[in-house]
Write a protein that binds this ligand. Sequence first.
Ligand code: FES
Length: 179
Amino acid sequence: MTHSTDATPFQFSEGALAEIRTLMQKFPEGRHKSAILRTLHLAQEENNGWLSIAAMDQVAQALSITPIEVYEVATFYSMYNLAPVGKYVLEFCHTGPCAIEGAERIVAYAQQKLGIRTGETTQDGMFTIKEVECLGACGYAPMMQVGEFYHEHLTEAKIDQFIDNCRAGNINKGTWRMH
Ligand code: FES
């Protein structure tokens, strides 16, 4: 599988640029950096799920800020991927209540099932495993986030179901949610 690299040219789509312009209008002149989180998400969405240097530089250009200001933010939050990732990024919470409720066991199961360790991507480019800090769904531990959705009260069976559905093409990333 070939990936884009940090140097692969990146350009926002016209739709993304229009959204960025609308976002910037919400902030006074000189405060456009306030639109950085959504702009980084747009860049990530349009760069196969990760932020290359080229993509982050386009964010800086779009917001009229310096590249280092973008790198500082992008490297702070776990929701931004700084290397190529799979189609489905499984972000397992491994702190607090999730740890107490078995996150370590669930992550180990997913690692074994997919044949990868945390931070790695499967050979077929389908799955990446990440471990992240509390995602604010402690009452539903253990949990993971995939895209915009939370998958809660995880069990080995739910991991099986999720992965099998992804592989079978039964997952609509925009609407499917596991309960
Ligand atoms: S500790 Fe896992 S969501 Fe809060």
